[in-house]
Write a protein that binds this ligand. Structure first.
Ligand SMILES: NC(=O)c1ccc[n+]([C@@H]2O[C@H](COP(=O)([O-])OP(=O)(O)OC[C@H]3O[C@@H](n4cnc5c(N)ncnc54)[C@H](O)[C@@H]3O)[C@@H](O)[C@H]2O)c1
Length: 343
């Protein structure tokens, strides 16, 4: 069998969520891993029994991959993704696609021109609870979303920022709790609503992290062109990582989602519970519960798209939808007034 050759750039926290699935796929060979921190590159290479590098350009030149996973600080996502796609390499990039909308847009165009797949990780869409709720919205059981709300209370202590050379900075992370953590729940809700945003009115603050400069608290309100509304609240200076909670009021009932659990209550009194994942749980070393376990499902879907077996679900274009909202959240907070989207 001709295996797809894969490299991973960035051997930090999220590395294991990419390497473990890749190593489990029979049709994929991990041919190299890279981190500018030599100790991380070496540890990752030895763990995965593959070549390790501290210079990604050298790795690409020597290993000739078909696919590259970009697991880097946010500001490097568009730069490295672009470099890979220019060489005809398929790219699977961690969220967000970039900090600036224009960079994502130009990379979407480049992917089309080069005929390569450009995927962005939003693994929460692959939770069984998320998929069930989306299905019930689309098949009319729940019907369209009228109102939604999400609440995120996570714990990012000062060391989360002091031990990182990029987190907590405007230029390298591009923001804080919204662009890094709440982006997942906001993407889910935006996907459930499935309409175009009309306006975003948000307020961000840093209330508990003197050590860093970006937002650790956020609240906002989004209106959609089908009449749906979405209110979100997020903070990462809570005392522990509580499950995210999403509530949806739909035409024919309500849904409550938390991690991979959902309770759907229809107006006729029917209650549907999705409280245990039916998807195979992969064991990831050093993973965090709140990341969920569905990287493997999304990564497999990406490889199937590279092999021409499926259409890529979360492409750059799909990821651009939530990035537009995230950028509008920051802009609204800066301006202190609603930001309107061009219709
Ligand atoms: N999907 C999720 O649930 C989830 C969870 C955590 C992190 N992430 C995302 O994963 C990405 C990485 O986050 P992380 O927490 O692993 O960060 P990290 O800082 O732990 O890892 C990033 C790694 O990139 C390396 N690096 C920096 N510049 C490099 C370069 N030029 N060449 C090679 N290596 C370089 C760093 O040395 C570091 O080891 C971010 O986009 C983050 O938002 C996603």
């Amino acid at each position: 069998m001709n295996k797809l050759r894969t490299c991973i750039i960035g051997c930090g926290n999220i590395f294991t969520m990419h390497a473990t699935p890749v190593l489990s796929f029979e049709d994929v060979e991990l041919v190299g891993v890279c981190d500018i921190k030599a100790d991380r590159a070496e540890a990752a290479g030895k763990r995965c029994n593959t070549a390790f590098y501290t210079d990604y350009r050298k790795m690409i030149a020597e290993t000739h991959p078909d696919v590259v996973h970009v697991c880097l600080p946010h500001y490097l996502h568009p730069i490295v993704s672009r470099e890979m796609m220019e060489q005809g390499i398929h790219v699977l990039c961690e969220k967000p696609a970039s900090i600036r909308l224009e960079d994502t847009i130009s990379n979407i165009e480049l992917a089309k021109k080069q005929g390569v797949q450009y995927g962005i990780i939003f693994q929460c869409r692959y939770n069984t609870a998320s998929k069930l709720v989306k299905q019930y919205i689309e098949d009319g059981t729940l019907g369209k979303v009228i109102s939604a709300r999400s609440v995120l209370t996570w714990c990012k202590p000062d060391t989360y920022y002091s031990l990182s050379d990029w987190k907590g900075t405007w230029d390298k992370e591009g923001g804080g709790v919204v662009i890094d953590q709440a982006i997942h729940s906001m993407d889910l809700v935006n996907w459930f609503i499935g309409a175009n945003p009309v306006s975003v009115y948000a307020h961000l603050d840093n209330r508990g992290h003197e050590i860093m400069e970006v937002d650790d608290s956020a609240e906002g309100y989004i209106k959609y062109d089908n009449g749906a509304t979405y209110g979100f609240w997020a903070m990462n200076n809570y005392g522990c990582d509580e499950p995210i909670e999403i509530r949806l009021l739909c035409e024919h009932g309500k849904a409550v989602l938390s991690y991979d659990e959902a309770i759907i209550t229809l107006d006729d009194g029917t209650v549907i519970r999705r409280d245990q994942s039916t998807v195979d749980q992969m064991e990831y070393e050093n993973s965090k519960k709140y990341w969920g376990s569905q990287h493997v499902t999304q990564i497999r879907q990406f490889y199937n798209s590279v092999l021409g077996k499926e259409t890529l679900e979360i492409s750059g274009e799909e990821a651009l939808k939530i990035q537009k909202i995230v950028c509008a959240v920051y802009e609204s907070s800066r301006q202190g007034k609603p930001v309107l989207f061009e219709q």
